[in-house]
Design a binder for this molecule. Structure first.
Ligand code: NI
Length: 169
């Protein structure tokens, strides 16, 4: 397995729209394993292929306390959305910054697993947030896109500050 490097905002490659996965082969399985390893090492709860500069519709997530409920979704599509919730989101492409974002409370998702088998996932609460956030990445969208211009510029200033602190540490 290998650790993949994560693109950070404002890298323009984060704006790429991912293509559907058509081959469910050992290479895909290896890629999914690498995504999980990279996500767990970075203490993330979700990671989309876009963030490691692979533009295919693959995302991984694990919102469990024990870090033992890996979920890999290939070619995920939201069939139904319901309700709304505000959740404080972070993103491995925006290290150290967080923002309250409003999204659907629950989602029903059709996807494929790493073997190409059709799966249905019904998620609510934090897992629903995570799936929606990662699916956005595959469309070239990031969570700060939901913020007002003022809130976004404050958050991006904080991001800059975090980076300078990390660089001087
Ligand atoms: Ni993210």
């Amino acid at each position: 397995m290998s650790i993949l490097s994560i693109l950070e905002f404002p890298d323009p490659r984060l704006r790429t729209r991912a293509e559907p996965v058509t081959r469910f082969d050992p290479k895909l399985q290896q890629f999914v394993a690498d995504l999980f390893e990279t996500m767990y090492l970075a203490h993330g709860v979700g990671l989309a292929a876009t963030q490691v500069n692979v533009h295919e519709r693959v995302l991984v997530a694990d919102m469990s306390e024990g870090r033992n409920q890996p979920l890999a979704l290939i070619n995920a599509q939201i069939l139904e959305k319901d309700g709304s919730q505000v959740y404080q989101e972070g993103c491995l492409s925006f290290p150290g910054v967080y923002a309250d974002i409003t999204r659907a409370l629950s989602v029903k998702v059709k996807a494929q697993d790493v073997d190409g088998k059709q799966i249905m996932v019904e998620a609510e609460g934090p897992l629903a947030v995570c799936i929606q956030h990662e699916m956005d990445h595959l469309e070239g969208k990031v969570f700060v896109d939901y913020l007002s211009p003022l809130k976004r510029s404050l958050l991006l200033k904080r991001l800059d500050k975090q980076r300078k602190q990390a660089a001087s540490a």
